[in-house]
Write a protein that binds this ligand. Structure first.
Ligand SMILES: [Zn+2]
Ligand SMILES: [Zn+2]
Ligand SMILES: [Zn+2]
Length: 337
């Protein structure tokens, strides 16, 4: 029976359970994989990218030469540029702003590996540390308000898009998706005096129907009202609003749960394209009243979205997602892998 469910963080209603497992998998159109051609992200091709911003590399090697483990370079097709002022202007009723910001590519392996979950946990740990380093560094630029880490994983894609990498977009404003979460978390906190995300974790631990993996520091679960089949959330179990503050031992457990979660999705869906995003707190530029409770009410997290279904006119037009497979069935299938 289809159900209508509401997500507590986005307040979005979801229509779910419209298909059985058999109907869902027979409607999927999973693409065959193409072989990679020459890839600019592979070790040995360092001069084919823009000069590196940062890397973890052998101590006796020079920047932009082989010998690295994780490498950060500016995006050639950057949507944002780092020079200039923010310069907000109005044009009639319309608002405009200069596209100040940074767009960086975090190349996650010197080898042509397509899926981050194929990397050993120690390598994933290095990648997570690079996320922290870049987030901390960009905080020094007063013009920037938010840095979003995200991944567009496209294993079927030739060239560099098929080489495992993440991206970082640092922006002169806090994105609406983050603002909506901040407002939702703040409202919940002012009403209940508890963190919304901590409450969700406790509820999932009580229900025991949607948890896919848990370790000492993290929980990975299919949210109660997912927009897409096999969507996952990973949250630290100990309350923390700021990803930059996680310790090395915590990041080790994050690497472990990220690898397992992504491996399970790959196993169920035959290595599908997917996105993940990391939502942490904004850079805390002075703003009266705005940040008073943020360390209590917000809780950083990772959202993972396999890209296997199209967004239809109904979804664009209504803002309601139809998610054919019940979250509990998604969990059952992920647990079996
Ligand atoms: Zn490559
Ligand atoms: Zn919390
Ligand atoms: Zn989020």
């Amino acid at each position: 029976m289809p159900e209508l469910r509401r997500d507590l963080i986005s307040h979005r209603w979801i229509i779910t359970g419209t298909q059985s497992e058999e109907e869902f998998f027979s409607s999927l159109n999973l693409k065959p994989k193409e072989a990679g051609v020459e890839c600019f992200f592979c070790e040995g091709n360092e001069t084919k990218t823009l000069p590196e911003i940062y890397s973890i590399r052998k101590f006796d090697t020079r920047p932009n030469t082989p010998g690295w483990q994780v490498r950060v370079v500016p995006s050639k097709s950057a949507a944002f540029k780092i020079d200039g002022d923010v310069g907000k202007v109005g044009r009639g009723i319309y608002d405009m702003m200069n596209n100040i910001g940074a767009h960086e590519l975090i190349i996650e392996s010197p080898q042509h590996i397509k899926n981050i979950c194929e990397l050993p946990p120690e390598q994933i740990l290095l990648i997570l540390k690079v996320y922290q380093t870049r987030l901390r560094d960009l905080n020094n630029d007063e013009r920037l308000r938010y840095a979003l880490i995200f991944k567009n994983q496209r294993p079927e894609s030739p060239l560099r898009y098929g080489h495992t990498h993440s991206q970082l977009a640092a922006l002169p404003l806090t994105p609406k998706a983050v603002k909506d979460e901040l407002i939702s978390a703040k409202n919940y906190f002012s009403y209940k005096e508890r963190c919304l995300f901590c409450d969700i974790i406790r509820q999932e631990q009580r229900d025991k129907k949607r948890i896919v993996e848990e370790n000492f520091d993290y929980i990975s679960f299919v949210p109660f009202a997912t927009k897409f089949p096999f969507e996952l959330s990973i949250m630290p179990k100990k309350h923390n609003a700021d990803f930059r503050a996680e310790s090395e031992s915590s990041l080790k457990n994050l690497a472990q749960i990220l690898k397992i979660s992504l491996s399970k999705i790959s196993a169920v869906l035959n290595d599908p394209p997917l996105n993940y995003i990391l939502h942490t707190i904004p850079y805390m530029r002075p703003k009266p009243d705005y940040w008073k409770t943020i360390h209590n009410d917000f809780h950083w997290h990772i959202e993972i979205y396999p890209q296997i279904s199209e967004i239809t006119g109904f979804e664009w037009g209504s803002g309601y997602h139809i998610q054919p497979l019940l979250p509990e069935i998604c969990t059952k299938l992920l647990l079996a892998k």
